[in-house]
Write a protein that binds this ligand. Structure first.
Ligand SMILES: C[S@@+](CC[C@H](N)C(=O)[O-])C[C@H]1O[C@@H](n2cnc3c(N)ncnc32)[C@H](O)[C@@H]1O
Length: 268
């Protein structure tokens, strides 16, 4: 199965056309991010060796594999790892600031996103009363200065987040797209199709759908299915909804906690 067979190229082109134009400031910030991150990559292999040694030592001493938390705490006793953490996380905000700079500079883009967000509003079910789990709001996810939040004031937060993570992932100052265009999610759909070629889902629930990365990939591949995406973050859902409207994909987005959804029993 190739990416072509599930229409990834078309999807990628479509999604690129939805992004803001690259601004001079956005390009500079991305370049700065790439340079700083490359420096972190240069010590990555030393850290990887250290991980191997620590895991082996732990396993020999205790007779058990360490958990992620145990090995992480152990690794952070090393100066090399502390330094690597600083090099890796310090510049991360640059990628999000690059996305933000592009969005701020492109008024046509802002207008389009607002229009899409306000179209087919019946497919965007937000719940301002929803309590955000602490494990979502407390950590500094991807070191994004605009963490996944329920922030109603910030119009383009979800798009900054989604495009910023994509800039981080691809490290190119001159390419922008939303996460679905990265191929990561299409790989998940490809995996399904390879193993279950006749799979024709009728209803799909995407839990933790964020800004619709996986949801959009599934909607493109399974047009016959009714698709619902849930997430706790309104900003992400608003971005996902806008992109889905722009791509003419009838996806339903709900602000809901996956640990207690309000769908009727047996809905999916
Ligand atoms: C790694 S992202 C998912 C990426 C997304 N599926 C995509 O393809 O782009 C994880 C998402 O899960 C959401 N999340 C975490 N805990 C949740 C919960 N209890 N209920 C719903 N969503 C949750 C977060 O807000 C975040 O957007």
């Amino acid at each position: 199965m190739t990416n072509q067979s599930i229409g990834l190229n078309t999807k990628e082109d479509n999604l690129k056309s939805l992004c803001p134009k690259i601004s001079t400031q956005g390009q500079q910030l991305t370049q700065e991010w790439i340079e700083k991150y490359s420096a972190a990559k240069s010590v990555f292999y030393q850290v990887a060796e250290l991980v191997k040694t620590e895991v082996e030592q732990w396993t020999t001493t205790t007779g058990k594999q360490p958990t992620y938390g145990q090995i992480r705490r152990q690794l952070l006793t090393h100066d090399l790892v502390k330094e690597f953490e600083k090099m890796r996380t310090g510049p991360a905000g640059l990628a999000f600031n690059a996305a933000r700079a592009d969005i701020n500079a492109d008024l046509d883009y802002q207008q389009k996103i607002k229009e899409w967000e306000n179209t087919a509003k019946e497919r965007l079910n937000l719940n301002p009363e929803l309590e955000m789990p602490l494990y979502v709001t407390q950590p500094n996810f991807h070191w994004c200065p605009y963490v996944a939040t329920n922030d109603w004031e910030e119009q383009f937060l979800g798009c900054v987040w989604d495009m910023g993570t994509s800039i981080m992932g691809q490290s190119s100052p001159t390419i922008r797209h939303y996460s679905v265009g990265s191929g990561r999610l299409s790989r998940m759909v490809n995996y399904l199709l390879e193993r279950f070629p006749n799979f024709k889902p009728r209803r799909i629930l995407d839990m933790g759908c964020s800004a619709g990365g996986s949801t959009i990939a599934m909607a493109m591949e399974f047009p016959q299915a009714e698709i619902h995406g849930i997430d706790v973050s309104s900003s992400q859902l608003r971005c996902g909804h806008a992109l889905s409207v722009a791509l003419d994909l009838p996806i339903y987005y709900h602000q809901m906690d996956a640990s207690h959804t309000t769908f009727a029993e047996g809905s999916f």
